[in-house]
Design a protein around this ligand. Structure first.
Ligand SMILES: [Zn+2]
Length: 164
């Protein structure tokens, strides 16, 4: 009997831990990200600053529908900035057409973004956000072009574009 209980225990505990991991994604909320003090705004303050679409992506880690951003077609020389705080994130030279329907980059400006792992789709993905205001930008994948092999898949509403 004891042996049976022990065996059950060894099966059930890892199972419970696994379930817990899937049911409660280890989401890191904006407030626990490393962000600059000046940009530690309340929900209401962010809502006042941003359009509803940008708020949903930047502050709630939403995803815009593919092929909806005018920035997909943006080919001029310039800088892509965080729509939350205007920090420069990507240079136009880093942009490429990934065919995914979201503005895509093979590199980012050094120090402009931070990453974390999210489990929203169960399979772990690397989320990235603006290092200054913590605003969610997109996810980075390892199927991008040379030389980095990275694909920064960015929501257009989380960015603004400034020509140089
Ligand atoms: Zn920002």
């Amino acid at each position: 009997m004891n042996e049976l209980l022990t065996r059950r225990f060894f099966i059930l505990v890892p199972l419970a831990l696994l379930l817990k991991m899937f049911l409660k994604p280890q989401k890191v909320y904006a407030s626990s990200k490393k962000i600059e003090e000046n940009w530690n705004l309340s929900k209401d303050e962010w809502k006042k600053r941003l359009s509803p679409e940008s708020y949903y992506v930047l502050r709630e880690e939403g995803t815009e529908r593919p092929f909806t951003s005018p920035l997909n077609e943006e080919k001029r020389k310039g800088v892509f900035c965080c729509a939350g705080c205007q920090q420069s994130l990507f240079l136009s030279e880093m942009k490429y057409d990934s065919g995914t329907g979201w503005p895509s980059f093979w590199n980012s400006i050094e120090g402009a973004i931070d990453t974390k792992i999210d489990f929203k789709l169960i399979v772990p993905r690397t989320e990235y956000h603006c290092s200054r205001c913590g605003g969610h930008q997109g996810h980075v994948f390892n199927d991008g072009p040379k030389p980095t092999g990275k694909r920064y898949c960015n929501n257009g509403v989380a960015l603004t574009f400034e020509t140089k």
